[in-house]
Ligand binder design. Structure first.
Ligand code: EPU
Length: 418
């Protein structure tokens, strides 16, 4: 079994370059199914979720080529099936984007219920409601969601909750649907905007992405082209948290500072140094950090995907901080692992009270999901001594070349097969 071994206690210093956004690319690759022609996608992160989604579309008949580890070329001119493989789909949540994409392309789709991180209930009722508003008939059995999109057309959708996945899925289904679609209470995340920009650059007519009302005029076809994925704001926030947790000073390169606003605001409230440049930020600790209260919210709020990372950071800060989870029902399972390293955190429902200040001890912990895994890595980097982390498949899903990137910042970290 592979493990990360970290000899922690050293401040991270230097520079790190952020990769393309996981949650953008896992939507844009399925979107290529709507394009008859060749798409070249650049700044693709070299992570296992990308491998999984590429395998899924290759199974459907897409021609996939990887000229280098950060570029993919996909030709979906000829596809042979609308039925997605069950085992491949179980590996990741974003397999559900194949529902909207296949409904648009084939006017029918059979997609297994998705896998992904376990945060308690992860319903897809808003996705199905959206498809139904566009004239589709949906039916779920124990394994598959079957969509009959024979009458696919534009429609009005008002989402009851703000959902990234449902917003993206309805966008995918609506792009080639005749007529006008209006989504209200849509998600505003940068990856929603990136998908809309990709689709528009291939000939779609989508307006309003990045606001809570998105309007789509259906077009008859999309053509191929080249597109570059935006930087991953969650990877950036993860490295920023790691630098601060170790008392370091580093430049985080290839970011869109605007996408980090909620994150930089919280770090500045803690008293950290955050300097913004055109496409990079410097973060540093120059005075003791202060405790804060954080609540995760949909964008532009503080992202839930950085909640475990900021919790570890707050264990280093003297005093009491609170972190409230405002998106998922249950995203504190990893705290049991942090407790093994001596963290003093009291979970009360959706709120974690962090009694910070005592340095974490090294130990053996598991990555219980993707972002929880990132928080274990930060814990290992700050605890003085040797920490071992297992279940790396979770981390591999979303962090490109994490060992090399952290070594570039001076960390003593290696991956071993134990
Ligand atoms: N929800 C419903 N019904 C639905 C869909 C969602 O009630 O039909 C609820 C969820 O239960 C949750 C909230 O709405 O309470 C938000 O869920 P959302 O649909 O926005 O999440 P998602 O699309 O499944 C994406 C990211 C997650 C990230 C969330 C929130 C991808 C592939 N995944 O998930 O990312 O936590 O948005 O920002 O984009 C990660 O990268 O580690 C990750 C888990």
């Amino acid at each position: 079994m592979d493990k990360l071994v970290i000899n922690g206690g050293k401040p991270l210093k230097g520079e790190v370059t952020i990769s393309g956004a996981k949650n953008a690319v896992v939507a844009i690759i399925p979107a290529v199914l709507l394009v008859k022609g060749k798409c070249r996608i650049e700044n693709v992160p070299d992570i296992s979720d990308v491998d999984s989604i590429l395998k899924m579309i290759a199974y459907l008949g897409a021609k996939v080529d990887k000229p280098d580890c950060n570029t993919v070329e996909i030709d979906c001119t000829n596809l042979n099936t609308h039925i997605v493989d069950k085992e491949l789909a179980a590996k990741m949540r974003a397999s559900y984007y194949l529902m909207g994409a296949l409904a648009g392309r084939f006017r029918k789709a059979a997609v297994p219920l998705p896998g992904g991180c376990n945060f308690g209930l992860r319903p897809i009722d808003q996705h199905l409601k959206g498809f139904n508003s566009l004239g589709c008939i949906t039916e779920c059995d124990d394994v598959y969601v079957n969509i009959d999109a024979g009458n696919l057309r534009g429609g009005n959708v008002f989402f009851d909750v703000v959902s990234v996945g449902a917003t993206i899925n309805v966008m995918l289904a609506a792009v080639l649907a005749p007529g006008k679609t209006v989504m209200e209470n849509a998600a505003k995340e940068p990856h929603v905007v990136d998908l809309a920009n990709f689709l528009n650059s291939m000939g779609a007519n989508i307006k309003g992405a990045g606001t809570d009302i998105i309007k789509i005029e259906g077009v008859s076809s999309l053509s191929g082209g080249t597109y570059s994925i935006i930087p991953d704001q969650i990877e950036a926030g993860t490295y920023m948290s790691a630098v601060l947790a170790t008392g370091g000073d580093a430049i985080i390169k290839n970011v869109i500072p605007k996408h980090l606003d909620a994150i930089t605001a919280k770090f500045m409230e803690m008293g950290a140094v955050v300097e913004e440049f055109d496409d990079s930020v410097r973060v540093a600790v120059e005075a003791p950090l202060k405790p804060i209260n954080v609540k995760t919210l949909p964008y532009p709020g503080f992202p839930t995907d950085l909640q475990p990372q900021i919790v570890v950071l707050l264990t280093t800060v003297s005093g009491q901080s609170t972190v409230t989870e405002g998106v998922w029902d249950s995203r504190f399972q990893y705290i049991a692992e942090l407790t093994k390293l001596g963290a003093d955190i009291d979970v009360q429902g959706k709120r974690a009270v962090v009694n910070g200040g005592a340095l974490l001890s090294p130990g053996e912990v598991e990555a219980t999901d993707l972002r929880a895994g990132a928080s274990m890595v930060i814990a290992g980097l700050l605890a003085k001594g040797t920490t071992k982390i297992s279940q790396l498949r979770h981390i591999d899903r979303g962090y490109e070349h994490i060992v090399d990137k952290l070594r570039g910042l001076g960390a003593d970290i290696e991956r071993i097969d134990e």
